[in-house]
Design a protein around this ligand. Structure first.
Ligand code: HPA
Length: 275
């Protein structure tokens, strides 16, 4: 993709969404496996199928609906991505993060990303929520590879505060007011799609990882490149490979996210209210 073409694609996708919804979103949300329910809280929602949006990829994973829902939550204009794209589906990191470019073009200033992740930190429990303090990009991919367009961001973007300190503090304050302890830790982003081996999990723990998953990293890199503030949450849907004496499955991931939904919804609602 040439630079000009990328910008044109971003503008065409944004123009379509603007025309369909007539809303200028301030907050973008990307909802991971099983967490799409948040979109149900949108007041006067306008739903736009990914397949209708020019240049948008279409997601293929069970549990990822593949639609944008635009409207207001707590009176604030939001754009929710119900279902995201993953590099393991065969998309390039730039394609996976294309919707974040479109969010920026539409006016989004704050991005809330959520995912289901395996707990590496053995003090975590299945069902915990973790605010992401930082990440390890172990995907061997980067959405910014190629010529840089200064209209989109700088060539060498700073990642020293990829996940906003201010927003993390807000998340802890809201969780405390709701009487639960929010974990905070480092998200290890991998390509997938297989779950990890126990030896890999031991290595990630040594490297400082607290949770592991197959998403989020490309979107966050693009958001930072675009100057968007990021708040990230992992729902600890299972303990990572080798910690418990049992195999991992997508069914377990979906079951846990289903159970955690009410707590997660309340937290995100509280945060949006406070933003
Ligand atoms: N590993 C990688 N990705 C995941 C996991 C895991 O244990 N759980 C949910 N997504």
């Amino acid at each position: 993709m040439s630079e000009t073409t990328v910008i044109q694609k971003i503008q065409e996708a944004a123009a379509f969404i603007r025309k369909e919804t007539g809303i200028q979103p301030q907050i973008g949300l990307i909802l991971g496996s099983g967490l799409g329910v948040l979109a149900d809280l949108i007041e006067q929602p306008i739903v736009v199928d990914y397949s209708k949006i020019p240049h948008f990829p279409v997601s293929t994973v069970e549990g990822h609906a593949g639609e944008l829902v635009v409207g207001t939550i707590q009176g604030k204009p939001v754009l929710v991505m119900k279902g995201r794209f993953h590099a393991y589906e065969g998309y390039g990191a730039d394609t996976v993060s294309f919707p974040v470019r479109v969010m920026k073009e539409l006016g989004v200033q704050t991005l809330i990303v959520t995912n289901a992740a395996g707990g590496i930190n053995t003090s975590y429990q299945v069902g915990d929520l973790m605010v992401i303090s930082d990440h390890l990009n172990l995907t061997n991919r980067n959405p910014l590879i190629g010529p840089n367009d200064n209209a989109l961001g700088v060539r060498f973007p700073d990642m020293s505060e990829a996940y906003s300190k201010r927003l993390r503090k807000l998340a802890h304050d809201v969780a405390a007011s709701q009487n639960f302890k929010l974990q905070e830790g480092v998200y290890v982003g991998l390509l997938g799609p297989n779950y990890e081996t126990p030896a890999e999990i031991r290595m990630f723990r040594t490297l400082g990882g607290d949770a592991v998953g197959m998403s989020t990293v490309p979107e966050v890199i693009v958001a930072r490149h675009a100057g968007i503030d990021v708040l990230g949450f992992s729902c600890i849907s299972n303990m990572a490979s080798g910690i418990l004496d049992q195999p991992l499955s997508h069914d377990e991931v979906m079951e846990t996210t289903e159970k955690v939904k009410p707590k997660f919804l309340k937290l995100v609602l509280g945060i949006i209210k406070a933003l």
